[in-house]
Each structure stands twice: as structure tokens, then as C-alpha cells.
Design a protein around this ligand. Structure first.
Ligand code: TTP
Ligand code: MG
Length: 385
């Protein structure tokens, strides 16, 4: 039998991330029910402090419902740029412990620390160092899970939130899985849980009673994954910094509208935000997508792909506006968003073309505006239209 070398995987997830940063920046909010989310009464909750969670407030809950559950809550808007800044700081700390860091979302990452133990101590000590440095350099707490693979490390990091540290050693895997509810498997939805319960499967370990073929018959391709997880196996590797697949900017409006001039203005302003972020990330994209949600919550996405990838505000704005004008706007609109996908990095010199020369003037304007934004902050300057 081929012996697979044992790995030590660490999963880290920040505690109540957006809310914790708000409390950090405004210390008088500490210990209060802070709820961060979409504008006014119409958006949804991005996250809530642990104090607010006690009232039943959770991510993705409509704001008006959260206000009902927690009227004394302190409701704050999302400050994505600030959270991104902190996220980057944390990522830099993590990279001091191993180059094998896989950021999964704004507040979550996997680290393969198999080779780091000789340098920084055993897994528990490494987790301790990470927690101390994050606390010292950002003022925030995180929860860490350590296990022989990504699946178990992720589940472990959720076990003792907030400020938790959970280690599952190879010998403990079977006992751990025999008690772990199937709902805790990432990616298992309500319907799969119901299906599994129907066969008397409540804990992940219960899945071991069925062979792989049987699980595939019941759950298709996912059955094979379930079989692996039941035995505590997950061979997926820690992948270095994921490629960003798309960038988007959207907003739920204060009140529904069918005013085309206003919608055009909104599309332009979101195109501007997306293109600014593309330039910050040194990316360009070819596919521009417009997303619209109507008053009856129905949704529509339309996209177009241009010949050359771009980060130009004008090109993205013009394309998104074209898509808007193509839209059958028979109902009032409640949400507008612009996304750019099909991305490539711009650090590498791209080939020159006539198109690029034509875009040169726009590029210079964008660059000048970016410089001013950097000096005076994003809010002060808007392109005249
Ligand atoms: P999470 O890690 O899921 O949540 P959290 O960090 O706020 O709380 P926990 O202590 O349970 O980890 O998500 C990280 C951030 O992502 C969160 O602070 C806000 C944002 N987010 C949303 O905007 N919408 C969502 O539906 C979720 C789940 C998160
Ligand atoms: Mg988190």
C-alpha cells in the first residue's frame, strides 16, 4: 500500500469579521449588538456581533427583520475597502508562517504547515503565534482549526468560536466524525440532509455503513465525496492565492424606481467602482455583466464580451449602459449591479494594439482620477457625466 505522507492543515476564520472591525475603529461599540449590512431598511445583514447574534440576528437576514429582533441594535453600513485592508494585513502575517496560504474569502484561509513545524514549533504553538500576532497587529480575534486535511480543519475552526483553537489529531478523526452532525459538512444543503436522515444517517460517521456505490446511487457525484469524508479523507491540496474570477459592485436602492436616467447614473457609478478596483488589483476583464433585481424579487443578468480586456471606466460604463438600454424594464427596479469577469492580470505587459492606443486618453484620465482618489479618499471625486 502506498502511504500518503501525513499533512498538517490549519484553517483560520476571523470572528464576526466586519462587526469586529467596526468595534475596533469605534471602541465605544465594544460589547454592543452591532449589525453590519446593506443600506437602510432594504438590504440584508452581512454580519452581526456575537452580542447581536444572541437576539437571533444572523448573516443574510433582511435588515428590517433584524431591526424587529434587535431594536436596540447599532446598524452600520458595509465598509468593504477598510475590511479589505485588514484582510490583507492578516494575509501578510499568515505568509510569515508558510508560503502555502490559500485565501478562501475575505476572512478565511487554509495554510499547509506540514513543513513549518521545524521552524516555529508544533501545530498548537504555530496557532498560538498566529493568534498573538493577529491580536497585536490588528486588534482582532480569530478561530483556528488544525487537522490532517482541509475538510477536518475547516470543521474544527468552527467548533469553538469565537477565539477558538481546535486540534483534531489522526487518532481522533473517527471519534470526531462519529459525533459530527451531517449538517456541518460544507456544501450539504437542506435537501441532502433530509435525504440522509431518511436513511438514518445523522452523523458523518454513520455514512460508513453504506458503500460508495450506494451513496453514488443516492446522491450522484456528491455521494463519492460523502464516502471519502465519512472516512475522514480529503486529498484536496492547499492552493496558492486563488485567482479572482470576477469583481462586482451592486446596491439595493432606497426605493424601487423605473426612472431610466437615474438607473443610468447608478450603472455608471457602479461601473466606476468596479473599474477602480480592477486597477487597484492590476486586473483587466473582457466580460461585463449587468444585474437587475425587480420589485417582485425576480432577477435578471445580461452580459457582453468585448474584444480586448479592459479596466477603463468609460468602456465598462458604456457597455453596462448598453445592456441596461437593452433590458425590458417593465417593472420597477430594486437592485442594480455591474460585474466584470473573464479577468487577466496586467502586471505582465499586454500586446499593443490600435484599440489600446485609442483607449490611451481614457487610461490617462482614469490614472489621474485614481491619483486624486488616493490623496483625498474615494468619496470626493466622481466623473462628470
Ligand atoms: P463569516 O466568517 O461567515 O462570518 P463572520 O466572520 O462575521 O462571523 P464568524 O465569527 O461566525 O466567522 O463571514 C466573514 C465576513 O463576510 C462577515 O463578517 C461578513 C461577510 N459576509 C457577508 O457579507 N454576507 C454573508 O452572508 C456572510 C455569511 C458573510
Ligand atoms: Mg468569520
Amino acid at each position: 500500500m502506498v502511504k500518503i505522507p501525513a499533512r498538517t492543515i490549519l484553517h483560520i476564520d476571523m470572528d464576526a469579521f466586519f462587526a469586529a472591525i467596526e468595534m475596533l475603529d469605534s471602541p465605544h461599540l465594544k460589547g454592543k449588538p452591532v449589525i453590519v449590512g446593506g443600506s437602510g431598511n432594504r438590504g440584508v445583514v452581512s454580519t452581526a456581533s456575537y452580542e447581536a447574534r444572541r437576539f437571533g440576528v444572523c448573516s443574510a437576514m433582511p435588515i428590517f427583520k433584524a431591526k424587529g429582533k434587535c431594536p436596540q441594535g447599532i446598524f452600520l453600513p458595509v465598509r468593504k475597502e477598510r475590511y479589505g485592508e485588514v484582510s490583507k494585513k492578516i494575509l501578510d502575517i499568515l505568509k510569515d508562517f508558510t508560503p502555502l496560504v490559500e485565501p478562501v474569502s475575505i476572512d478565511e484561509a487554509y495554510l499547509d504547515i506540514t513543513g513549518s513545524e521545524a521552524l516555529f514549533g508544533n501545530a498548537e504553538e504555530i496557532a498560538g503565534h498566529i493568534k498573538t500576532r493577529i491580536a497585536k497587529e490588528t486588534g482582532l480575534t480569530c478561530s483556528i482549526g488544525i487537522a490532517p486535511n482541509k475538510f477536518l480543519a475547516k470543521v474544527a475552526s468552527e467548533m469553538h468560536k469565537p477565539d477558538g483553537l481546535t486540534i483534531i489529531s489522526v487518532d481522533e478523526v473517527d471519534t470526531f466524525l462519529s459525533r459530527l452532525p451531517i449538517e456541518r459538512i460544507p456544501g450539504v444543503g437542506k435537501r441532502t440532509v433530509e435525504g440522509l436522515r431518511h436513511y438514518g444517517i445523522k452523523a458523518v460517521g454513520d455514512l460508513k455503513r453504506f458503500n460508495k456505490e450506494q451513496l453514488i446511487r443516492w446522491f450522484g457525484a456528491f455521494g463519492s465525496r460523502l464516502h471519502e469524508l465519512a472516512h475522514g479523507r480529503d486529498d484536496s491540496a492547499v492552493v496558492l492565492e486563488r485567482e479572482i474570477k470576477s469583481l462586482s459592485s451592486e446596491e439595493t436602492l432606497e426605493s424601487d424606481t423605473e426612472d431610466l436616467a437615474y438607473l443610468k447614473h447608478l450603472v455608471g457609478s457602479h461601473a466606476e467602482k468596479v473599474s477602480w478596483r480592477l486597477r487597484q488589483e492590476e486586473l483587466k476583464g473582457r466580460t461585463i455583466t449587468l444585474k437587475i433585481k425587480f420589485e417582485d424579487f425576480s432577477e435578471m443578468s445580461k452580459g457582453l464580451t468585448i474584444a480586448h480586456s479592459t479596466d477603463s471606466t468609460k468602456i465598462i460604463s458604456d457597455s453596462a449602459t448598453e445592456l441596461l438600454l437593452d433590458c425590458p424594464l417593465k417593472r420597477r427596479v430594486r437592485l442594480v449591479g455591474v460585474a466584470v469577469s473573464n479577468l487577466e492580470g496586467t502586471k505582465r505587459e499586454s500586446q499593443g494594439s490600435l484599440f489600446m492606443q485609442e483607449g490611451e486618453k481614457e487610461r490617462k484620465t482614469d490614472k489621474a482620477l485614481d491619483e486624486i482618489r488616493k490623496k483625498f479618499g474615494g468619496k470626493v471625486i466622481k466623473r462628470g457625466r
